[in-house]
Design a protein around this ligand. Structure first.
Ligand SMILES: CC(C)[C@H](C(=O)O)[C@@H](O)C(=O)O
Ligand code: SF4
Length: 756
């Protein structure tokens, strides 16, 4: 009998299938995680959970930690210790906590004295920690970046970070497949950033919700790895938890000889496997989108959502021309926040700050692309006195590489501020922030209200366009600037290879300083109750607060300054902080949650879609919980928020938009609602019919019984070990290969500065 022919599969299907440890009921699966990146903001509570339960980190060889969000980007020339260098106490506490935790649990760590330190999503690829075909997670929404290598990479919340540390697995439900194909030739001045901004403008910030996006077509094929990373990075802004591009020669070339990439015979085996990682002919995509490259202009954002995009040649949109009332209200609110009048040309808008950096655009090619604009502007090009333009390389190695090419000199000569690596003004958890009312041309990925500083105004764009804005002091069409010069032309600098900088010894992870119990023994036979105590959710009756907003991002639910905590509690006042408290007086505003009876609401009814989009901060769920809100009803949710909420015993309840509107009206009228998870219905008083809903059976079971995922997963020790044995046999390069004490690549002499 001929062997059954397996149906064609997508790239995502293949990676998923290769990582299923155990299929469970209702499409839920336990999947194995190959790579875990850890940073200081979303890990303290996870390590604390391990410590309390006496658990160890299961795979230190597959875990890499750094510090990036909180750190100052001033010179480290006089760096002595975190204690003296990080002056803001809460930031310092998080940086010190990660240093303690990596020692205690025996993890490889790139700290502030290590030139490999940098933004998690820059250092993973740089080191070859990120590889094709892997599953990769981090307590950070922009983990989607790593999908550029043909991996399944996605952001998780802190509870899931703890789950991965303890079990090296995650409980997941498979998403749907979406393919975005861009074919043709990009026009002058259009870069990968313009492409992804254009895509987000087209499909919206919820367009990819529930899907993994595969980027296909000649444009992505022609992109370098760095350009592909910029695209996959912003998949989360398109609502998708992950984006990916099939690996090819460009990928292999980038990875060959990276410190943690396989070498010799193992490389050959790995490459043979990686070559199978592409969507089969005829594979089924739930959504297909085709874009003609020629239709993509140099693009920037004008509003407070990444979907608020426009060609740089356009004018500020006029809300009165928008027919949908919800969208019109959102545009009006955005323009008021951004301090913009409708119909004025975007290029008439002045900027106070320019930020070139972030995990989207802080790699060597991004810096080169900005420098090309400066060079094209001529030897006298200068940032005007009233503009502050910062350049923040993504890692210490990017910085060193740029300095070897003389890129820092070009920036500095033109008046740019050349800094040390970190997240910096992308979200301003460190001192790099916008003052209220300041406007910034930024290469980062989020333009949410208050993102770069309370009251700060962000316009997202490519590094080339940010450089152009820095030189003119206004939002500027980079094409005008370049005139006849094509932006893709190389600058007249001597280029060096990134590999010259990847010379640090690759050592195995250190031994834990205080060994904790083994996973197997701590898991066996224990009750599946949470280390942090997941409360049960059965029936919830009480005041429902109405919220008439769309795309409520987690930055809005809880701004960055409250992410510096080491605890999961004490965040009640942080909830919707910028909306609840007057920024000048600190007095309570008339925001709904400040008004009686809503100040004792335990249900939130939002009638706009995409609640909880954006950042993976579990603090959003914690602050709602602390306030007393245990159920959020909305037409749709950001995926990471949804899972974070359930990890904390809360119910995020998606209901049709018209039903949400009705319930929001009930909430306005002050009637109490009753959410019954056992019966799966929302009850209203006054004889109105109950609203039925359905929930994922596994999650419902966990919520009803207050069960915690980690303890449940630890019962599957045998399946996990069996999977690991097969993994070692089939994909031996995934066993933290690079950390096994290989002799480092020999260090060639670096040409320090180049002549100009
Ligand atoms: C701190 C972290 C939770 C967050 C994220 O998940 O995105 C941050 O990186 C951000 O960009 O807002
Ligand atoms: S989006 Fe910004 S803050 Fe978040 S990881 Fe990237 S650089 Fe850091």
């Amino acid at each position: 009998m001929p062997a059954p022919i397996s149906p064609p599969r997508t790239l995502y299907d293949k990676i998923w299938d290769d990582h299923v440890v155990e299929e469970m009921e209702d499409g839920l699966a336990l999947i194995y995680i190959d790579r875990h990146l850890v940073h200081e903001v979303t890990s303290p509570q996870a390590f604390e959970g391990l410590r309390n339960a006496g658990r160890r980190v299961r795979r230190p060889d597959c875990t890499l930690a750094t510090v990036d969000h909180n750190i100052p980007t001033v010179s480290r020339d006089n760096f002595k210790s975190v204690d003296t260098f990080v002056t803001e106490p809460d930031s310092r506490a998080q940086c010190l906590a990660v240093e303690e935790n990596v020692k205690e649990f025996g993890l490889t760590y790139f700290g502030l004295k290590d030139r490999r330190q940098g933004i998690v999503h820059v250092i993973g690829p740089e080191q070859g920690f990120t590889l094709p075909g892997i599953t990769c997670v981090c307590g950070d929404s922009h983990t989607s970046t790593h999908g550029a290598f043909g991996s399944l990479a996605f952001g998780i919340g802190t509870s899931e970070v703890e789950h991965v540390l303890a079990t090296q697995t995650l409980l997941q439900r498979k998403g749907k497949n979406m393919r975005i194909t861009v074919d043709g030739e990009l026009t002058e001045g259009v870069t990968s950033k313009d492409v992804i901004l254009h895509i987000i403008g087209l499909i919206g910030t919820a367009g990819g919700t529930g899907h993994v996006i595969e980027y296909a077509g000649s444009v992505f094929r022609s992109f370098s790895m760095e350009a592909r990373m910029s695209v996959c990075n912003m998949s989360i802004e398109a609502g998708a938890r992950a984006g990916m591009i099939a690996p090819d020669e460009v990928t292999f070339e980038y990875l060959r000889n990276r410190p943690l990439a396989p070498k010799g015979e193992l490389w050959d085996r790995a490459e043979a496997y990686w070559r199978t990682l592409k969507s089969d002919e005829g594979a089924c995509f739930d959504i297909e989108i085709h874009i003609d490259a020629a239709d993509i202009p140099p693009t920037i954002t004008w509003g407070t959502s990444p979907q608020d995009v426009a060609p740089i040649t356009a004018t500020v949109p006029d809300p009165t021309t928008i027919t949908d009332p919800g969208k019109r209200a959102a545009a009006e609110r955005a323009l008021a926040y951004m301090g913009l009048q409708p119909n004025i040309p975007l290029q008439d808008i002045s900027v106070d700050k320019v930020f070139i950096g972030s995990c989207t655009n802080s790699r060597i090619e991004d810096l080169r692309s900005a420098v090309r604009v400066i060079l094209a502007a001529g030897p006298n090009a200068q940032v005007p006195q009233n503009v502050h333009a910062m350049v923040v390389p993504g890692s210490g190695l990017v910085k060193q590489h740029a300095e070897a090419e003389g890129i820092d000199v070009i920036f500095k000569r033109a008046g740019f501020d050349w800094r040390e690596a970190g997240c910096s003004m992308c979200l301003g958890m460190n001192p790099d922030q916008l003052a209220s009312g300041q406007r910034c041309a930024s290469t980062s990925n989020r333009n949410f209200e208050g993102r770069q500083g309370a009251g700060g105004r962000t316009h997202l764009m490519s590094p080339a366009m940010a450089a152009a804005a820095a030189l003119t002091g206004k939002l500027t069409d980079v094409r005008k600037f370049l005139g006849a010069n094509n932006i893709t032309e190389a600058p007249k600098v001597k280029l060096t290879s990134a590999l010259e900088f990847l010379t640090d010894p690759v050592l195995p992870p250190p031994e834990p300083q205080r060994p904790t119990h083994t996973t197997a023994s701590s898991g066996a036979g224990t009750e599946a109750s949470s280390t942090s105590g997941v409360p049960k959710f059965v029936v919830l009756k009480g005041v429902a607060a109405p919220l008439h907003l769309s795309n409520v991002d987690t930055d809005m639910i809880i701004p960055k300054q409250f992410l510096k905590t080491l605890k999961r509690t004490g965040l009640s006042n942080a909830l919707f902080f910028a909306l609840r408290f007057d920024p000048k007086t600190g007095e309570k505003t008339d925001f709904v949650l400040n008004r009686s009876p809503y100040n004792r609401a335990n249900i939130l009814v939002c009638d706009g879609p995409n609640f909880g989009c954006g950042s993976s901060r579990e603090h959003a769920a914690w602050s709602l919980n602390d306030f007393g809100i245990r159920c959020v009803i909305a037409p749709s949710f950001g995926e990471i928020f949804r899972s974070n909420a359930m990890q904390n015993g809360m119910l995020p309840l998606p209901l049709p938009a018209d039903v949400c509107k009705e319930l929001a009206a009930d909430a306005e009228a002050g009637v109490e609602l009753e959410v019954d998870l056992e019966k799966q219905e929302v009850r209203r008083p006054d004889g109105k019919p109950a609203i039925p809903f359905s929930t994922d059976p596994f999650r419902r079971h966990c919520l009803l019984n207050g069960l915690d995922d980690i303890a449940l997963t630890l019962r599957k020790e045998e399946s996990i070990s069996t999977f690991e044995q097969r993994r070692t046999a089939d994909w031996p390069w995934l066993d933290g290969f690079g950390y096994k004490g290989r002799i480092p690549v020999s260090a060639p002499k670096i040409n320090r500065k180049t002549e100009w």
